[in-house]
Design a protein around this ligand. Sequence first.
Ligand SMILES: Nc1ncnc2c1ncn2[C@@H]1O[C@H](COP(=O)(O)OP(=O)(O)OP(=O)(O)O)[C@@H](O)[C@H]1O
Length: 219
Amino acid sequence: MININAISKRYSHADAPVLNNLSLTVSDGNSVSIRGASGSGKSTLLSLIAGFESPDSGSITIGSQTLPFSSEKNADIFRRRELGVIFQSYNLIECLNVWDNIAFTCRLKGNSDDSYQLHIMALLGITHLKNKPAHQLSGGEQQRVAISRALVHKPTLVLADEPTGNLDEDTSDTVSDALYSLCRSLDTTLVVVTHSEDVARMATQQCWLRHGQLHSEPA
Ligand SMILES: Nc1ncnc2c1ncn2[C@@H]1O[C@H](COP(=O)(O)OP(=O)(O)OP(=O)(O)O)[C@@H](O)[C@H]1O
């Protein structure tokens, strides 16, 4: 579960806050999609939820953890255990192959689950890429590896920034089906930033970010 209570964020030198008294609650196993104009603050909101940045005011609680983290070490432990993040830039480790990129987080925790990893890779259609180095992948292939890596350690919260942005329509449907259904089956909370109406409509809750706040209707 995630509970965001009246957060505000203003970057230095900006005329207005990018997020202004924004609140949001999403329960376990549910999902929220967030749409909004470019520059409206969607990535900033994900960054605050992940604890990469802090709000100027308000509070964010993920399960029993209230942000900010007490130390960078605790932040790392929490992110490795509880959080899956799908970044706009996939952040794969170029010198590792697909299998090792996906297994990386689990190996750090010492709890690899090869059969679950194969299950996710099959759902996302990337099993045949298992041994291919990350630097030889297309953008869409990298995106599906990044999604697999975000899910393989069975996190309680997944933050996805444009998870289908680089995919054709058919692959986008397959990948979004897999993302939503894997999260539901793990009872994982999912926050998806997307420009795709099809991807957004699959969420249990749809929101639009405007003037620093979330709305349940488009403008
Ligand atoms: N680190 C930063 N320092 C200063 N300003 C920032 C920083 N990060 C983002 N901004 C500004 O905050 C605003 C919101 O940016 P953000 O990336 O959150 O928007 P977005 O809705 O995700 O956009 P897009 O859809 O284009 O990815 C923009 O005006 C951006 O220039």
